[in-house]
Design a protein around this ligand. Structure first.
Ligand code: A4P
Ligand code: MG
Length: 165
């Protein structure tokens, strides 16, 4: 079994309900055990800004799947939750990103690990640091150090502390 961290985001419809449902569907994937979830944060969109605010969280899983098979399972859940791909970085009912997969670095068509935009995004780093503060990032910092550095400039509003959401 390998540890992996997933980034969840929603900015359309019942955002909290979408995140909850995504975790429930994840727990039903054969070969995936959901271990822990971060607090839930609301924050303005990064990238394409003319869209509603996001709710974001990070989930820790253990899995016997390969990174590629896990990505396919995540995409199937996005589709189940009504994700329509319109504009890149645009609004979505559910975005499920594979952030980190224990012991794996790769850069292939359709799958880069660690996630290429992980080190710069407060909405990923802050919840990740709750679960895995000592995890080493590709740029040499730990998740906890990186989170501290981006926190001050980020408009991250705690919506639900701990894993009760
Ligand atoms: N892909 C490659 N590596 C990975 C990986 N490690 N995990 C490929 C997931 N996907 C990976 O993703 C595009 C392609 O990336 C996929 O085909 C996959 O094979 P997508 O989910 O189809 O499209 P996207 O999400 O619009 O693009 P992308 O590049 O994944 O965007 P991001 O980086 O996920 O950003 N602002 C706030 N506040 N909160 C957010 O959650 N999210 C985004 C999306 C932008 N701004 C945001 C948020
Ligand atoms: Mg994505």
């Amino acid at each position: 079994m390998s540890l992996a961290y997933l980034g969840l985001g929603s900015n359309l419809g019942d955002r909290r309900g979408n995140l909850r449902q995504a975790v429930e569907l994840l727990a039903q994937v054969p070969g995936v055990v959901v271990r822990r979830r971060s607090s839930l944060y609301e924050n303005p969109p990064v990238g394409y800004e003319a869209q509603p605010d996001f709710l974001n969280a990070v989930v820790e899983i253990e899995t016997s799947l390969s990174p590629r098979a896990l990505l396919e399972a995540l995409q199937a859940i996005e589709n189940r939750l009504g994700r329509e791909r319109t504009i890149r970085w645009g609004p979505r009912t559910m975005d499920l990103d594979l952030l980190l997969f224990e012991g794996v670095r790769l850069d292939e068509e359709g799958l880069t690990l660690p996630h290429p935009r992980l080190c710069e995004r407060a909405f990923v780093l802050v919840p990740l640091a709750e679960l895995a503060p000592d995890w080493p990032l590709p740029d040499g910092r730990t998740a906890g150090q990186a989170a501290e550095e981006v926190k001050a400039d980020a408009d991250l509003r705690l919506q639900s502390q701990g894993s009760e959401w």
